[in-house]
Design a protein around this ligand. Structure first.
Ligand code: SF4
Length: 239
C-alpha cells in the first residue's frame, strides 16, 4: 500500500487538513461508533466509567444491570453498605478502590450538587473518583457537551497519526482539540477508541487493511501484507 505522508516537516495547515481527512475516514469506517458502556443517565455513566478503569466495557456491562437496579440515586450509593457494593463490582477488578471512588463521588454529589451530576468539566473534576478522562466521557455522552477522552487507545493513535508526540493525556487533549472542530470531539473520541480496539492495536496494528494507511506516518508499524493484516482485525463489538 502506498505511503505518501510523513509527519516530519509538515506545516500546521497540512497537519490540520490531514487530521480532518483522517477523522472523516474514521467516521465513514465506524458509522456506528458510540460509547460502549451501557447507561441511561449521567449518574449511571459516571459509575460505569469509574468501573471501566483497567477493565473491559463488556465486563462492566455484565455488572451494571444488578448495580443500577440496587442503587438508583447518588444517595443510594452514598449510603451503600461497602461490603455489598464491593461484592457486586468485584469482577471488574480493583474493587476496593472503585467502591471508594463511587461512594466518595456520590457523597460529593449529595453534599454539593443536590444529588445531581453536574454538567461542567470544572465541577465534575472536583468530585472524588472523577478525573478529567471520566469527566469528558460523562460530558460528551450524557450531556452532549463536546469532550475529548484521551484513554490509552486515543493517546497511542494520536502519536501514531503524527498529530502529537506528547504522552501527557491533558496535553494530547488540548493539542488534538486545536486540530479538530469542537463539535466533532466526542465522536472523534469514539472513532479513535474503536479504531484502536479493532485495528490499530498496541502491539501489532493491522496496517495492511487500514483505511488510514495513506495518511498515517506509522504505516508499516504492523504487517502491511493485507492477508496477514486481515487476521489481526478484531471485529467487535466489545460491549
Ligand atoms: S493500523 Fe497502521 S496505518 Fe493504520 S492507523 Fe494504525 S499505524 Fe497507522
Amino acid at each position: 500500500m502506498p505511503r505518501n505522508v510523513t509527519s516530519a516537516g509538515e506545516s500546521r495547515l497540512a497537519l490540520v487538513r490531514r487530521a480532518r481527512r483522517m477523522t472523516r475516514i474514521l467516521a465513514e469506517t465506524y458509522p456506528d461508533a458510540h460509547c460502549e458502556l451501557d447507561f441511561t443517565n449521567p449518574l449511571e455513566l459516571a459509575v460505569a466509567t469509574i468501573l471501566s478503569a483497567q477493565c473491559t466495557d463488556k465486563r462492566v456491562n455484565l455488572v451494571t444491570p444488578t448495580l443500577f437496579a440496587k442503587y438508583r440515586t447518588a444517595a443510594d450509593y452514598a449510603g451503600a453498605d461497602r461490603a455489598e457494593l464491593e461484592e457486586i463490582i468485584k469482577s471488574t477488578g480493583f474493587f476496593r478502590a472503585k467502591a471508594n471512588s463511587i461512594i466518595g463521588m456520590a457523597q460529593g454529589l449529595c453534599d454539593r450538587y443536590g444529588g445531581e451530576v453536574p454538567g461542567t468539566l470544572k465541577d465534575l473534576v472536583t468530585l472524588p473518583g472523577i478525573g478529567r478522562k471520566t469527566a469528558n466521557v460523562v460530558l460528551g455522552n450524557a450531556f452532549d457537551v463536546p469532550g475529548i477522552t484521551v484513554d490509552t487507545h486515543f493517546g497511542r493513535l494520536a502519536r501514531r497519526f503524527g498529530w502529537t508526540e506528547e504522552t501527557d493525556p491533558v496535553k494530547v487533549e488540548h493539542i488534538v482539540g486545536d486540530l479538530i472542530p469542537k463539535n466533532e470531539w466526542t465522536m472523534l473520541s469514539h472513532y479513535m477508541i474503536w479504531h484502536g480496539r479493532r485495528l490499530c492495536h498496541a502491539r501489532k496494528p493491522a496496517c495492511g487493511v487500514c483505511p488510514l494507511a495513506a495518511l498515517c506516518p506509522s504505516f508499516g508499524e504492523g504487517p502491511t501484507d493485507p492477508a496477514q493484516a486481515a487476521k489481526l482485525v478484531r471485529p467487535g463489538p466489545f460491549s
